[in-house]
Design a protein around this ligand. Structure first.
Ligand code: ZN
Length: 173
């Protein structure tokens, strides 16, 4: 998927955590900003991604050299590493905020499963997982396809708007 699709999914995921946890309103903007970055991070494993533009130079170059596309960086192990790093570094984030950021990160490999190429979710073991084995086209589709651009992405952005506005309008997910 392309970054705008991942951004929408990341915002949905972190908003759900913030809503369920009754996070105070002042915590939302910072967490959503970090979530917008976190949901891009898995694509540091390939050049020309938004993540590689966010973290240019040695960071993306080294990760691209070490890991194949859609393997380690798109795994549950990477989410655990991110969780551990946030716990260790703190950054003044609450437990809810850390969880919301990690869930935003996880949304990335999960929606990449709609791509026929799949992701190695259980890296370092197991094959790449794609929903194309149980969901035919148009429910699974290639990155940048018309299905992603004109149907999947707008649908997730609508969900994101609902998740973001839900707290203000008095309804919850
Ligand atoms: Zn990806």
């Amino acid at each position: 998927m392309l970054y705008p699709t991942h951004l929408a999914a990341g915002l949905v995921a972190s908003s759900i955590v913030l809503q369920i946890s009754h996070a105070p309103p002042q915590e939302w903007p910072g967490v959503l900003l970090l979530s917008g970055i976190a949901c891009a991070i898995p694509d540091l494993d390939h050049h020309n991604s938004m993540a590689s533009k966010m973290f240019p130079g040695p960071v993306s170059n080294i990760i691209c050299k070490i890991f194949s596309k859609r393997t380690a960086m798109h795994s549950l192990a990477a989410a655990l590493v991110l969780h551990g790093a946030l716990e260790f570094l703190g950054f003044g984030l609450s437990e809810t905020a850390r969880l919301a950021v990690v869930v935003a990160f996880l949304s990335h490999p999960l929606i990449d499963c709609f791509n026929p190429e799949g992701v190695q979710l259980f890296w370092p073991i197991g094959p790449k997982i794609s929903l194309c084995h149980c969901l035919p086209w148009p429910f699974t589709f290639r990155t940048g396809s018309r299905i992603e651009t004109f149907i999947f992405r707008p649908a997730i952005w609508c969900l994101a708007a609902w998740a973001l506005m839900g707290e203000r309008l008095g309804f919850r997910i």
